[in-house]
Design a protein around this ligand. Structure first.
Ligand code: NOJ
Length: 517
């Protein structure tokens, strides 16, 4: 287990929209380098950068054309190597995004695979044995080349599925998981990982990590076996490199696959969604962090606790404010509500992730035109709002040339203003990250225990190691008496909090951390 994860707080960067230094309207790697001091000042000590490889950008770069080449619009490979170097100088680790389940249909492997003549890459992708033979229960394409076969898709039409074999094989054309071609695909992925790790990357966020082996029962055992093999490689060759999975099943990803971290994603009806985005499940919004106070922390705990208990010895569950696929939390939560939500996310066990711009409460831009396969996700991918100058300081290009339009509303939040305001969401986020770095009990490993959590009642009181924390996201002041408070005093508060002996009064939208006197 890489030791640096214990106190890691990640910052996710969508490179297109972070900072443009060459005036072409698109963010670049030099832009990330120039903003490293900003990230350090916020307190984040690790980055996850969305794909920055050569790509036709039909899915914002998740359609990789060349895994070992930086996309020209972001710079050249040397910029990436310099980014690793400059980040390391500031104590910041850098995870790249590994897309192992599919490539772009413009990747050289796929071009070779489409050829009717047998070659090294014929079985690199999942092909059937005839152009009129489909892939049952899965999306596929036929008639796209002279090869007499149909190929399986892993996501959009431009993303053919790489071949890691099938666990349950019902057709003659399905490769076995231990076939030479399935093993060759896995080794090719390991080769890509070594390439970037050797150049200074610190690990990978793994896209659709659960998607590799097809017909891989519900336990995903064969897919997990591949990742276990990758983990063994890391343990032997790169013991400080970290892997975080897009899987949202920590038992499979961490215990099975050996991932160091697994994202707790915004899947319908799961615990994470009940906190911030309950509106996606049934229309009515009962998110716990809404001031209306209709939420119920038990819905989160019932889902989270078994996952946490089952995996805490082996790895970390990663909570995030948002990601590039998810509506920004400011879509429904006010800055006041966001402060309390972030207080929770940043004091939970495991490794937290902040999505660029969430620290200032950037809005989810509803109903904007889709860009690069973003569709509804595009609204969470708009340019970072650095200051109040043209294009909010993101780029010197003409406004029409920007990757996406900046939020032009009068009161659009920006970094410069919020850095100068001690009551801003930025300042609160920064103080929460600093608090986490100050107390080992708030970091990845310390135990998480519930002290008081009652259905539809406030506050929620929990323990991290020896610290006690209380949260009241609702609009009403609450009081509670708990023996556990005996001998404790507040060391950090948001909102109105007072503790007299064992009696806590906690105001509306308030949060506190208590330590033994
Ligand atoms: C998950 C990524 O987060 C998303 O942005 C992408 O479109 C799909 N995987 C396909 O790679």
């Amino acid at each position: 287990m890489p030791t640096w994860l214990k106190d890691a707080v990640f910052y996710e960067i969508y490179p297109q929209s972070f900072y443009d230094t060459n005036g072409d309207g698109i963010g670049d790697l030099e832009g990330i380098i120039q903003k490293l001091d900003y990230i350090k000042e916020l307190g984040c000590n690790a980055l996850w950068i969305n794909p920055m490889y050569d790509s036709p950008f039909m899915d914002a770069g998740y359609d990789v054309r060349d895994y070992k080449k930086v996309a020209a619009r972001y710079g050249i490979n040397e910029d990436a190597y310099r980014l690793f170097d400059e980040a390391h100088k500031r104590g910041i680790k850098v995870l790249l995004d590994l897309v192992p389940g599919h490539t772009s249909d413009e990747h050289a492997w796929f071009k070779a695979s489409k050829e009717p003549e047998e070659n090294e890459y014929s079985s690199r992708y999942v092909w059937t044995n005839g152009a009129f033979v489909g892939v049952k229960d899965h999306p596929y394409m036929a008639g796209m080349s002279d090869r007499n076969g149909a190929y399986m898709l892993n996501f959009f039409a431009s993303q053919p599925a790489l071949n890691y074999g099938w666990l349950e094989r019902t057709e003659s054309w399905m490769s076995a998981v231990d076939s030479p071609e399935a093993i060759a695909t896995k080794e090719a992925m390991k080769d890509i990982m070594r390439f970037w790790l050797d150049h200074g990357a610190d690990g990978f966020r793994v896209d659709m990590a659960d998607s590799l082996v097809k017909n891989d029962d519900n336990k995903k055992s064969a897919t997990a076996k591949i990742w276990r093999d990758v983990r063994n490689m890391l343990d032997q060759e790169y013991p400080e490199a970290a892997l975080v999975s897009e899987w949202s099943n920590p038992e499979q990803a961490i215990n099975g696959g050996g991932f160091h971290m697994d994202f707790y994603l915004d899947h319908w009806h799961n615990g994470y969604n009940t906190l911030l985005r309950d509106y996606e499940t049934d229309g009515e919004d009962n998110s716990f962090f809404l001031k209306s106070g209709k939420g119920d922390i038990c819905r989160f705990l019932n889902d989270y606790m078994p996952k946490y208990k089952a995996t805490k010895k082996n790895g970390y569950i990663s909570m995030f404010t948002c990601n590039h696929d998810t509506p920004r939390p400011a879509n429904t939560l006010t800055p006041e509500e966001l402060k309390i939500a972030y207080a929770f996310i940043l004091t939970m066990p495991g490794v937290p992730f902040i999505y660029y711009g969430d620290e200032i409460g950037m809005r989810y831009m509803k109903d904007i035109r889709s860009k690069e396969g973003g569709f509804h996700r595009t609204g969470s991918r708009t340019p970072m709002q650095w200051d109040n100058s043209a294009n909010k300081g993101f780029s010197t290009a003409e406004a029409q040339k920007l990757y996406l339009a900046v939020d032009s509303s009068e009161d659009a939040p920006n970094v410069a203003d919020q850095m100068n305001d001690e009551n801003s969401l930025y300042s609160t986020t920064k103080s929460l990250v600093a608090l986490r770095h100050m107390h080992a009990d708030l970091q990845a490993d310390a135990d998480f225990n519930v002290i008081y959590a009652e259905q539809e009642k406030m506050p929620f009181v929990y323990k991290r190691g020896k610290l006690i924390l209380a949260i009241n996201p609702s609009g009403l002041e609450e009081t509670i008496s708990l023996d556990e408070f005996q001998g404790y005093q507040p060391i950090y508060t948001i909102g109105k909090v007072s503790l007299e002996d064992t009696n806590l009064t906690i105001g509306s939208s308030a949060f506190a951390v208590f330590q033994i006197k």
